[in-house]
Design a protein around this ligand. Structure first.
Ligand code: S3P
Length: 428
């Protein structure tokens, strides 16, 4: 695992166009494999997670071609039995959403993952799919690998309320619902990211939403699409937060994803006091994208809890990492899910902040990080988690002294170009 040395910065300036959003890239690739015709996806995510999804759909018989400019073409097909286990790598999204598709297939399959993924909870998807009649089993403790056998007859529709809000689970159920007899519904008291619903509609399926209930009728056919994928806002989060902590910063993002179920970070930065402007906005396949500018202004403090914590789940590590530079600090609650991500993100954030000399209180479901603290350069560990490596690269820019991050190449899980992109906007 590689290490990266981060020297303190003077400012963050520039403009960026980021690779396509990871959540959308996964979903478009999976649906393209099922759709009639050839789908063309420009600005596909460059991360290793979406490469895992592409390898899986290719192993299931879809023809996948990749160009140097990150355009992917996928010819949909009747899926066929893979020659061996389907390797989801580090990607929980690949495993949970693909499981929904595989349970409806007339062949057996096995979904495996790397060491981190092999410790993540899968009962949350096994349970509803089993209720639909899927023959799916997880290993001990509800962990991967997942073994899937053909269902006896068609899947049946269910009406399901996931005990933990999860867009991956919602999407996995809707993907299975596409092949079920009747109308499958997922109820969510908190609205999670809606890319699954939007992607299904983009590929031609009818999906309805009423009072927190998303429904899909089985037996609908999908058709290929051409799409330009908006830049990943969860990757932009690191750069947005970096810009927010430097005086005189000015950073512009073009083609940034602005889906309201994903852009809560812009609201939080605004609420903290940063200047955030959305300069233009357009809609493509139901997804919003636009140009966003962020400039520094002194940062107050914030409490993030309830539905907001669920919507910001991937952005919480970097918000906690910049909390010492705010005036009043940041408190994060109702975010126990952070403990079952690629690492225990509550523990990894707290450990790294402490190594940098900060005071932090760890809660079972979050963190409290007081403001007005100085961070010192330190030797840190990414815990093999891309978002931890990138969050602390940002904190290190305003630390006193140099910081060494071990396991820094894990950033490639979502954005292999992270380190050079950060260098390009950093003034030293
Ligand atoms: C994702 C949903 C979230 C998020 C993950 C991607 C998705 O997970 O943390 O990085 O693409 O649906 P949950 O579904 O577990 O909330």
């Amino acid at each position: 695992m590689s290490s990266r040395l981060i020297r303190p910065a003077k400012n963050i300036l520039g403009s960026m166009r980021l690779p396509g959003d990871k959540s959308i890239s996964h979903r478009y690739a999976m649906l393209a494999a099922l759709a009639e015709g050839k789908t063309r996806l420009s600005n596909f995510s460059t991360g290793a997670d979406c490469a895992s999804t592409l390898s899986c759909v290719a192993a299931l018989g879809a023809q996948v071609t990749r160009s140097e400019d990150h355009t992917i073409e996928i010819s949909g097909c009747t899926l066929s039995a893979p020659a061996g286990p389907l390797d989801c790598g580090n990607s929980g999204s690949t495993m949970r959403m693909l499981a929904g598709i595989l349970t409806a297939q007339p062949f057996s399959s096995e979904l495996i993952g790397d060491d981190s993924l092999s410790h993540r909870p899968m009962a949350r998807i096994v349970e509803p799919l089993s209720q639909m009649g899927a023959r799916i089993t997880a290993s001990e403790g509800g962990r991967p690998p997942l073994h899937i056998q053909p269902a006896k007859g068609m899947l049946n529709a269910i009406d399901y309320a996931p005990p933990t809000p999860s867009a991956q689970v919602k999407t996995g159920i809707l993907f299975a619902g596409l092949h079920a007899l009747g109308e499958t519904s997922v109820e969510e008291p908190f609205r999670t990211r809606d890319h699954g619903e939007l992607a299904l509609r983009a590929f031609g399926a009818e999906v309805t939403r009423s009072r927190g209930r998303v429904s899909i009728r089985g037996g609908q056919r999908l058709h290929a699409i051409e799409a330009l994928i908006p830049g990943d806002i969860s990757t932009a989060a690191f750069f947005l937060c970096a810009a927010a902590i430097f005086h005189d910063s000015n950073l512009v993002f073009e083609n940034l994803m602005l889906n309201p179920t994903r852009s809560a970070l812009l609201d939080v930065l605004y609420q903290l006091g940063a200047r955030v402007s959305v300069i233009d906005i357009e809609e493509r396949h139901g997804e919003l994208a636009g140009t966003v500018k962020v400039e520094h202004h002194s940062l107050r403090g914030a409490t993030i809890r309830g539905p907001q914590a669920a919507q910001l789940i991937d952005e919480l590590p970097v918000l906690a990492a910049i909390a010492p530079f705010t005036e009043q600090g940041i408190e994060i609650r109702d975010a126990g899910e952070l403990r079952v991500k690629e690492s225990d993100r509550i523990a990894s954030v707290a450990a790294n902040l402490r190594k940098m000399g900060a005071q932090v209180t760890e809660h079972e479901d979050g963190l409290s990080v007081p403001g007005g603290q100085t961070l010192h350069g330190a030797e840190l560990d990414s815990a093999g988690d891309h978002r931890i490596a990138m969050a602390f690269a940002v904190a290190a820019l305003r630390a006193q002294g140099d910081t060494l991050i071990h396991g820094a190449d894990t950033a490639g899980i979502s954005f292999p170009g992270f380190w050079s992109a950060l260098d390009a906007v950093t003034e030293r």
